[in-house]
Design a protein around this ligand. Structure first.
Ligand SMILES: [Zn+2]
Length: 445
């Protein structure tokens, strides 16, 4: 079969792999390029969408699903196979993207709300671990990837081969979703490498950093700004804040959750507690809401940052986007970055070229909405709340694949150095052949 890499090669965003077997042509993910420098790649597909039979969607992050409505707009008529939570979350995420396209004037919209609705009508949800024949020569099985709610690994049987796509692979220490499921055997594996060159700090170290940041904010009577992605990171940070505040590990401080999309997604999480990690499931089953506590305020109305900023005393604000480029966090950053009593805590991966990345790298001045702002607030990063496995976890997951052992590992979804470093380590430790593919290059497997 032929494999073409149409995104997320030697970069993190734009996941999209085209597979051509004798009787089928399909995509695994069809994500958006979110890096400013590669955004132009969103404009044209390198294949004809009307020739694609179906799409397999690993999870609802926009860098994996963000161009699916555009596929339909350009002639694709097939199904998208995914889990039920991914279906619900992807619908919310894609509608949000369509609205953002209309607001932003720099680029022309990739699609409109109507295209999203058309796409969602063709979403076919499947359960984990049940085999399904999706075309004359392709059978698929979904396994929990433990990355975000509903995320899956695809096991594919075609042309006598077992082919596995990891999608984004979760972090074993995530408290809400489960650990990534083990794969027994595979001939070919496609693996992500976001953290292919690094190891996470321990969760306890992250919790201590969060606790210290809250205590400092209270002492300074400042504002603690935490940019969050609407999916998973928001729910996880709310979970961690609840642990600290409700258990009395820090004094009481009000928390404002200023993200309507994240609030919608949190409601979806509440509908799928049977897919949670055992401990989180037990707590929710007993009636404890992991995503609510005294002092937490859900903010749906727009433009509330001035009102919230004017409330006296220390406070915590969670708002999108997780990389600070756009979203409601912008209002808070403009108002509070130039004051040393405030704090900015980055809890997510910051793609090169984003405002979050500049801030993480110590920028002294930043431009937001064409305004130059001096950065006097303390900026720090927590490197343990990731929803991706680190180098050690990825290698351990691959080492569990025994019968058959993969003859080839294709490494995608990582900055170039991360992908190359992961390849080097897999070869050294497991003796497996690795390929870090190039964008739009075709490989025969
Ligand atoms: Zn993801």
């Amino acid at each position: 079969m032929k494999v073409s890499f149409c995104g997320a090669c030697r970069e993190v965003t734009g996941s999209c792999i085209l597979i051509e077997t004798k009787k089928s042509k399909f995509l695994v993910d069809c994500g958006m390029f979110q890096d400013e420098e590669t955004y132009f790649k969103n404009e044209n597909f390198s294949f004809n969408p009307s020739e694609i039979d179906f799409v397999l969607l690993t999870h609802a992050h926009v860098d994996h699903c963000g161009r699916i409505p555009k596929l339909y707009r350009e002639g694709f008529k097939g199904n998208v196979y995914l889990t039920e939570p991914t279906k619900r979350i992807a619908e919310a995420m894609l509608l949000d993207s369509a609205r953002i396209f209309l607001k932003e004037k720099e680029n022309s919209p990739l699609y409109f709300e109507d295209d999203v609705n058309k796409a969602v009508n063709n979403f076919v949800s499947l359960e984990y671990n049940k085999e399904k024949t999706v075309s004359p020569d392709v059978k698929i099985k979904l396994k929990d990837a433990g990355h975000v709610l509903g995320s899956c690994i695809f096991e594919i049987a075609t042309e006598g081969k077992q082919v596995v796509f990891s999608g984004d692979l979760g972090n074993d220490s995530s408290p809400i979703v489960r650990n990534p499921e083990i794969i027994n055997g595979a001939n070919i594996v496609f693996i992500e490498s976001t953290y292919g060159a690094s190891f996470h700090d321990s969760r306890e170290a992250g919790r201590k950093q969060l606790k210290d940041a809250i205590n400092d904010t209270i002492k300074n009577n400042g504002i603690l700004m935490i940019p969050v992605f609407a999916l998973e990171r928001s729910q996880e940070i709310i979970f961690e804040l609840k642990r600290l505040l409700v258990k009395g590990e820090t004094p009481f401080v009000p928390v404002f959750f200023d993200s309507p999309l994240a609030i919608t997604i949190t409601d979806i999480y509440r509908d799928f507690i049977h897919l949670f990690d055992e401990q989180a499931f037990e707590l929710m089953k007993k009636g404890e809401d992991l995503f609510d506590f005294r002092g937490l305020k859900y903010v749906k109305k727009p433009n509330q940052y001035k009102k919230i900023s004017a409330i006296k005393g220390a406070k915590i604000v969670l708002a999108g986007s997780g990389m600070c480029n756009g979203g409601r966090i912008g209002g808070y950053l403009k108002k509070h970055l130039n004051n040393s009593k405030n704090k900015l805590l980055l809890v997510a991966f910051q793609v090169e070229g984003t405002l979050g990345n500049s801030l993480a790298n110590g920028a002294k001045t930043v431009t937001i909405d064409k305004k130059n702002i001096k950065v006097k607030a303390d900026v720090s990063s927590i490197r343990s709340f990731s929803s991706h496995g680190d180098q050690g976890q990825i290698i351990k997951w691959i080492s569990n694949i025994q019968k058959p052992k993969p003859s080839n590992i294709f490494i995608v979804h990582g900055e170039e150095e991360s992908s190359l470093e992961l390849g080097k380590k897999i070869k050294e430790k497991l003796g497996l052949n690795c390929v870090v593919p190039f964008y739009e290059k075709i490989y025969e497997i």
